[in-house]
Design a protein around this ligand. Structure first.
Ligand SMILES: Cc1cc2nc3c(=O)[nH]c(=O)nc-3n(C[C@H](O)[C@H](O)[C@H](O)COP(=O)(O)O)c2cc1C
Length: 366
């Protein structure tokens, strides 16, 4: 039996297999409201046979969006729009759905990637003043963020909790807090972007303080029987930055607070990063964390082949694997993986007739 297709439990949530669809921004929202693009896109991925589907980075406040076209969950309008999409997706799929809640901090206020992705100035159309741990811009030429004061931190922490309550109302199965890729919580974690001199900066304990406060607030706001998880960058790939040892310490602190899973990505904080991109390039980071904690750990990054994914979970480098580009390119990747590994996968009754003859036991009716 392929390990990749063995069920796994995160908190109280049992997944049919170990394939996680990673969050993927679509830059297709209107004032934070999901559109029919999201119904189509998420509806498609919900037919993929993966164990869980993660909704893209969803901003907890308007200024926390990466771009003006990002999804949000900060008021009744954004909640209603997401509810409508979820109703459509769930009508045809029972795949568990997680949401990534985030705040972009100094990396907010950008153009869509296909429009260049650069920062939009606060006084230009679709731009706004960004905030961060310190007043250091991501790129030297960019408009600098405002350093958050205590009232600002409390407001953002409360916005995370409020979004988690809205997610719960929408019946979302799990929350993933975005602590990765150089966005706000990572800006607090990394000594490269956090130069604060108060209790939120300096020592590792201080730099972890705000992300842990956000975790605690989300955990308290989201139903106790549903998992709250964290996504992190396992390293900044910059000398003197956030690294794997600190990532492990953060994992331990979260685990002690009941965190249900830890998704290990990397980079995104500093333009000087040197990433050794290649198949499995982030897997060693996940393995280091997994050796130190007992909550499930997810590895992600250029995992493209079924045998590769199987080897990662079978050898215990990670408990689950995350897919982004791979599953965008081929939304039936889990079907192909099940076929290649001799496993079975759920398929909607509308699709059963496409089961290839050579894999006659591939599909289980959803
Ligand atoms: C189109 C696209 C959008 C993404 N949006 C997000 C996001 O919203 N949140 C996040 O944490 N990572 C995001 N990522 C990163 C992926 O989740 C993933 O970590 C990364 O692409 C590496 O996995 P892959 O090699 O399977 O693509 C995005 C990646 C892509 C390709």
């Amino acid at each position: 039996m392929a390990k990749l297709f063995e069920p796994i439990t995160i908190g109280n949530l049992t997944l049919a297999n170990r394939i996680v669809i990673a969050p993927m921004c679509q830059y297709s929202a209107e004032d934070g409201r999901m559109t029919d693009w999201h119904a189509m896109h998420l509806g498609n991925l919900a037919q993929s046979g993966a164990g869980i589907l993660t909704i893209e980075a969803t901003a907890v406040a308007p200024e926390g969006r990466i771009s003006y076209a990002d999804v949000g969950l900060w008021d009744d309008e954004t909640e209603t729009a997401m509810g409508k999409v979820l109703e459509s997706v769930r009508r045809w799929s029972d795949m568990p759905i997680a949401i990534q809640l985030g705040h972009a901090g100094r990396k907010a206020s950008t153009a869509k990637p296909w429009d260049g992705g650069g920062q939009i100035a606060p006084d230009a159309e679709n731009g706004w003043q960004t905030v961060s741990a310190s007043d250091l811009p991501f790129l030297a030429h960019e408009n600098a963020p405002e350093a958050l004061d205590k009232a600002g931190l409390d407001r953002i922490r409360d916005a995370f909790a409020d979004a988690a309550r809205r997610a719960a109302r929408l019946g979302i199965d799990a929350v993933q807090i975005h602590g990765a890729h150089g966005y706000l919580l990572h800006q607090f974690l990394s000594p490269l972007s956090n130069r604060r001199e108060d209790e939120y900066g300096g020592s590792l304990e201080n730099r972890m303080r705000f992300p842990l406060e956000v975790y605690d607030a989300v955990r308290a706001a989201f139903p106790a029987d549903k998992p709250v998880t964290m996504r992190v960058s396992g390293t900044d790939w910059v000398e003197g930055g956030w690294d794997i040892e600190q990532t492990v310490a953060f994992a331990k602190a979260l685990e002690a607070r009941g965190c249900a899973a830890y998704h290990v990505s990397s980079g995104g904080l500093d333009a000087g990063q040197k990433i050794p991109v290649g198949p499995n390039y982030q897997v060693p980071l996940a393995r280091k964390v997994r050796e130190a904690v007992s909550m499930p750990v997810i590895a992600v990054g250029l995992i493209t082949e079924p045998e590769q994914a199987e080897a990662i979970v079978a050898t215990g480098e990670a408990d689950m694997i995350g897919l982004a580009r791979t599953v965008l390119y081929d939304p039936r990747w889990p079907w192909h993986a099940a076929a290649a590994l001799g496993a079975t996968v759920k398929a909607a009754p509308q699709f059963l007739r496409c089961q290839p003859r050579v894999y006659k036991d591939l599909f289980v009716q959803a």
